[in-house]
Design a protein around this ligand. Structure first.
Ligand code: ZN
Length: 278
């Protein structure tokens, strides 16, 4: 599943490729992909004829300003959603959900095998968090000042949830999923099962800075090699080669040689080193 670094990589690709992209035509191949009110009809009216402006990201949500003053185009890739940039006309695969063309016949294609990906059109007079309700529930961005050790201490007070589970909660911090939760806990030396409310301010500060560092490294590597993630040009990232624990269960820890453990926690695989995170 794409997490913050993968979504940020896609955002950068879209910003490069779609600069001044004029949406001449839109085809929705699967109506379920459109989640905004008014459904497919309103989406088509909203996007057709608009020019794609600045792309921004909030958690795992992508948003493009539509110009001139045509509202916002929102996208969530969910499990397997991906964009493809297509210059020569080609037959779409069966997993194609939405297609966009510019006047030069270039196509931006949204392909989604599992079909959980969603798109929204938010009209200019509608509040963004009303048009895309999931945005209202998001916690702070990991890179923001609002995300600090004191914030974590307050939010996690008396919580008996394992810290790994808490990190996956988008209301605590936006954009973190399984890969970067495991990697940042390793880097901070914190066992994933630790009840979140028991972590000290110093541990929480270590966790915050580890998370920021891990995310920054992965963004620099163009996202992960794991899952089905591909950027706009069909390339996956390079972060996998640098993973310390993620998907390394049964292998020796790169730092101390202890065998990496893989445990189920809240239905997700958790990878950790019992020595480095002792
Ligand atoms: Zn170790």
């Amino acid at each position: 599943m794409p997490e913050l670094p993968e979504v940020e990589t896609v955002r950068r690709g879209l910003a490069d490729r779609l600069s001044l992209f004029e949406i001449e035509r839109v085809e929705v191949c699967r109506s379920r992909a459109i989640a905004s009110s008014g459904g497919v009809d309103a989406f088509l009216v909203g996007l057709t004829g608009a020019r794609v402006g600045t792309w921004s990201r909030r958690g795992k949500y992508l948003m493009a300003a539509l110009e001139p003053d045509r509202g916002i185009w929102g996208v969530h890739l969910r499990m397997t959603g991906q964009f493809q940039w297509i210059e020569e006309p080609s037959t779409p695969c069966t997993h194609t959900r939405v297609r966009f063309w510019n006047p030069h016949g270039h196509e931006l294609r949204f392909v989604d095998v599992r079909s959980f990906g969603e798109m929204w059109w938010v009209p200019p007079d509608v509040e963004l968090t009303v048009g895309i309700p999931g945005l209202a529930r998001l916690g702070p961005e990991p890179f923001s000042e609002a995300f600090n050790a004191l914030y974590l201490k307050r939010q996690l007070k008396n919580s008996s949830r394992p810290i790994k589970t808490a990190l996956l909660d988008q209301a605590l911090v936006a954009g973190v999923g399984n890969i970067y939760a495991d990697e940042s806990l390793f880097s901070a030396g914190i066992p994933p099962l630790t009840p979140a409310g028991r972590l000290t301010l110093a541990q929480l500060e270590r966790l915050r800075s580890s998370l920021v560092e891990v995310l920054t490294t992965s963004i620099g590597a163009g996202g992960t090699t794991f899952s089905d993630f591909r950027d706009l040009e069909g390339v996956n990232g390079n972060y996998g080669g640098q993973a310390w624990v993620y998907r390394r269960g049964g292998e020796p820890c790169r730092r101390c040689g202890t065998i990496i453990r893989r445990d189920k926690l809240s239905g997700r695989s958790t990878h950790w080193c019992p020595t480095c995170q002792g």
